[in-house]
Ligand binder design. Structure first.
Ligand code: FMN
Length: 186
């Protein structure tokens, strides 16, 4: 199997990170992989905000959980009410992914960029977790406050984030794939 396919198949979400910060060069490689994703009409409608400020990450964690507490799903509620739970799993770097509002398909462009970053991270043996949970905050009435606070460019909306850091635990088991997800018409 070639290296690209190997990395795609072995990638797993990391939820236990070392405290040590990743190297700038590694971060740049991961971000660059995001920039090289395909996009509708070549809009390249993504924007990445790199956060390495522990206090700001704490704030995002706490405020996201405060909003998630009133979400009807019991699992989400339980996580939100757990004081010890950190939505970013204490990762030292978090990249917020935002999309350009007037692009053709910004959410899809951003998802393609995000997956590229996850694959690039795995190829460097860096752990990554796609974080949709912070979307509770970005979709709340505090959205504009955080667009300003995170210095997100005008005309962009933050969707979610990617937590990055060295792996504390290396998850190696492959999750079973659902069957019957492919049909052929020849
Ligand atoms: C859109 C999206 C949002 C996600 N949000 C979260 C999240 O908020 N927290 C989390 O721990 N994992 C999150 N994940 C990771 C998934 O839980 C994970 O990819 C899935 O369980 C499959 O596991 P694997 O990535 O190890 O293959 C998210 C994944 C996607 C694609």
């Amino acid at each position: 199997m070639n290296e690209v396919l190997k990395v795609i198949k072995q990638r797993r979400t990391t939820r236990k990170f070392k405290k040590e910060q990743i190297k700038d060069k590694e971060l740049d490689t991961i971000l660059e992989a995001g920039l090289y994703a395909p996009s509708a009409h070549n809009n390249q409608s993504w924007n990445f905000t790199v956060i390495q400020d522990e206090n700001l990450l704490d704030e995002l964690n706490i405020n996201t959980k405060n909003i998630a507490k009133s979400f009807p799903d019991e699992t989400i509620k339980k996580m939100a009410n757990n004081e010890k739970f950190d939505i970013f799993y204490n990762a030292p770097t978090v990249v917020v992914v935002s999309g350009k509002n007037d692009a053709m398909m910004p959410q899809i462009d951003c998802a393609a960029a995000t997956e590229n970053m996850l694959i690039a991270a795995e190829s460097l043996d860096i752990g990554a977790c796609w974080n949709g949970m912070v979307g509770f905050l970005f979709n709340s009435e505090r959205k504009n406050e955080y667009i300003e606070k995170l210095n997100i460019p005008e005309g962009y909306t933050p969707y979610y984030a990617v937590a990055l850091g060295y792996k504390k635990v290396n998850v190696t088991n492959t999750l079973k794939r659902k069957e019957n997800s492919i049909q052929y018409i020849k």
